[in-house]
Design a protein around this ligand. Structure first.
Ligand code: SF4
Ligand code: SF4
Length: 398
């Protein structure tokens, strides 16, 4: 196993970590996975309150195997359920019980998406609560997982002193959400970067378009599609570790094998060209040539312009499911206020700044038509609060 250093607290972490959103359903397989991962040198497990059954499963396995102290445990405060000061303790204590532990090594604010959201949490006493938990050793490090706009990620990094961050990052779109700029800034601040969705929930593996699969297979018939995804990440010094939640032995063994040979600079010029070809295929299926540069932002009406286009493109290039999931996360649900395409009032301020000369207003209309069919709009309006929680439970996004 290869390790990278969490420079903030001088901790050696395995580059591959067990995720918690998708884990084996049965106890015996989960235990087998933890045992094999431990034997291979994996030392980090990530889970969350809202990943149904995940904290309980890991807690039981770690207690029964006696391996609790061999792993750093990361779990997350469910912000979507945290409405009042008492909720901090309510969920945290439940998490300690579920995980059968007396402390959490890496604690995250789950899906923090904007500075405003953080300010609201601070008004509930978040900082005082964290200070108390740190003082009594129950929380060792504090970070946040992110699914919002890049500009907000950058602001969040400046607002307070964090210990680590967790963001979505993969070769399909390095500018998605926090993106490469967010990752680099976090690294400059000395924060370890935990990468989630390295394979977009497996959709950069077997759900890749057939032409793209063919390009990878031609370049190296022996290498799995998942391995291509991980190698692209391990190649970058800013990536501290990659989280992967897998349910089958052949998948975790393949992931571990890739991590065993992971080093910065492992991608050769020929392999780089292979990624470029695959990304070109994915882009050829894109509807809007948006690069995610965010020069068009901020929109006075709060539209997450690059987020809307990224989801729209993913729907066409990768899958309907991926696009819809991203749209929910990027635009529809993940902030206090709706940030989807329908909020556009056609003022056209953004269009002046777009280096790609995208007709943003017209494209947002197309996004709205495709991503927000009538049934969706009605449901969104009528059941927003309930839908948010249901969608997050289903899709979570680590
Ligand atoms: S045209 Fe629409 S998306 Fe662009 S700045 Fe105006 S409201 Fe925002
Ligand atoms: S400026 Fe243009 S290319 Fe850049 S994010 Fe906005 S729409 Fe996309």
């Amino acid at each position: 196993m290869q390790y990278r250093t969490d420079k903030k607290t001088n901790t050696e972490l395995s580059v591959f970590a067990l995720g918690g959103m998708r884990i084996p359903k049965d106890y015996a397989t989960c235990k087998q996975m933890v045992l094999e991962a431990h034997k291979a040198g994996v030392n980090y497990i990530d889970t969350a309150y809202i990943y149904s059954g995940s904290e309980e499963m890991y807690g039981k396995v770690l207690e029964e195997t006696g391996l609790r102290d061999q792993f750093y445990i990361a779990t997350k405060l469910p912000l979507v359920l945290t409405k009042k000061s008492e909720d901090f303790d309510k969920y945290f204590n439940r998490q300690l019980e579920r995980l059968k532990t007396d402390h959490i090594d890496y604690y995250l604010l789950h899906m923090l998406v904007s500075p405003e959201q953080l300010v609201k949490l601070q008004s509930l006493g978040l900082e005082e609560w964290i200070a108390e938990k740190r003082a009594n050793g129950q929380i060792r490090r504090l970070g946040f997982s992110f699914h919002g706009k890049q500009e907000d990620f950058l602001k969040l990094l400046d607002i307070r002193d964090w210990d680590f961050v967790q963001l979505q990052y993969n070769y399909s779109d390095p500018n998605y959400q926090a993106g490469v700029a967010g990752m680099k800034k976090a690294t400059e601040l000395g924060l370890p970067v935990m990468v989630m969705e390295p394979l977009l929930g497996g959709r950069l593996a077997d759900s890749l378009p057939a032409e793209a699969q063919e390009v990878f297979r031609k370049a190296n018939p022996e290498r799995s599609l998942a391995s291509w995804g991980f190698r692209w990440l391990y190649n970058q010094p800013e990536v501290t570790l990659c989280l992967s939640g897998v349910g089958k032995p052949e998948f975790w063994r393949d992931n571990i094998a890739t991590a065993n040979e992971a080093f910065v600079g492992m991608v050769t010029p020929e392999e780089r060209a292979t990624y470029d070809k695959v990304v070109e295929i994915l882009r050829s299926k894109t509807k809007v040539p948006c690069t995610g540069c965010a020069y068009c932002m901020p929109c006075p009406k709060g539209v997450n312009i690059p987020g809307c286009f990224s989801a729209y493109n993913a729907r066409n290039a990768i899958s309907h499911y991926t696009g819809t999931q991203q749209y929910m996360m990027n635009a529809a649900f993940m902030s206090e206020n709706y940030t989807g395409a329908a909020a556009c009032i056609a003022c056209r301020k953004c269009e002046r700044h777009c280096p790609q000369n995208i007709a943003i207003v017209d494209e947002l209309k197309a996004v709205r038509k495709t991503m927000e069919p009538l049934w969706w709009r009605i449901a969104h309006k009528a059941y927003h609060g309930k839908l948010v929680q249901k969608m997050i439970k289903i899709w979570g996004g680590n």
